[in-house]
Design a protein around this ligand. Sequence first.
Ligand code: ATP
Ligand code: MG
Length: 328
Amino acid sequence: MKKKRILTGDRPSGKLHLGHYVGSLQNRVKMQNSHEQYVMIADLQSLTDESFKSENILEIMKDYISVGIDPEKTTFLLQSQINSLYELTFYYMNLVTLGRLERNPTIKEEILQKGYKDSIKAGFLCYPVSQSADITGIQADVVPAGKDQIPMIEQTNEIVRKFSQQYNSNCLREAEILLSDQPKLVGIDGKSKASKSLNNAIYLSDNEKTLREKVFSMYTDPDHIHVHQPGKIEGNVVFSYLDSFYEDKEHLSELKENYKKGGLGDIKIKQILFESLRAFLTPIQNIRLQLKDEDMISILKNGTYNANIEYEKTIQEVRKSIGIYSFD
Ligand code: ATP
Ligand code: MG
């Protein structure tokens, strides 16, 4: 049976962190075996909120390869280098209304978060349309993503249905979202999820010193002042990270019991977490050290070339369906 095709990716707005590992990277390492996987670095999308930094492209490539996303199994592509995406997005703009774009709940939330209010750029409001082009242009069946992406997939599928109906064509396919079953990894401050822009994340590339500083500054239980006092597990960042990264689950339950009873200090659990994160990150960073910039570029260039062939097939069909004039 033909493998289902996946499109997933990241904006190059910063290096990847443990939140990305838990939320998406580890899943990509698995899915590349069962699916035909395309991973896009969405540089055009990061222009829409001015988070674009081109130096992050190579860093992200190194993040991908060092955690085990394998260029033999996964196709990496750089969004800005796929010409048909600009064209596809332009066609799709005529299949959505302004009202529909403004009703997108994720966009609404981001407008509030980013404080755009009365100065919303067209590019930002329309990025779900550009995302629809990313997904449909490669003929993706499955898009693994978080809940915040549900409206984007709905928008994509609405565009597909509208296109099919308007141009009496079946060259585009609807995609399905595959929701991550992992809860969001909390930031070291305990206030919200780990995130680049909140500066509360541990990066895959953080060195030992930084890792130690971050782990030892983690929010625990503010009422747990003395070692002998009972401590709280809920909302305790150290235990959230141990849940995700500490292998010996039986020992972890014992640690939790002891912490709840009293007698286990914050320094001790932080030391345990530091050791296990160091053990987790060291092999990843050892691989990273060996990765050369020129190899990252060539992997991305090759992947983009191959992905482009697929996008070209779609754009040819789309032009034909719409009836775009051709000189040939
Ligand atoms: P920004 O601060 O710029 O929004 P970010 O660190 O939140 O950046 P995104 O690029 O917004 O990262 O995240 C991309 C995807 O990575 C998310 O859709 C989600 O799947 C995953 N992800 C990011 N942060 C976490 C997290 N803390 N826990 C689990 N998954 C996460
Ligand atoms: Mg985010």
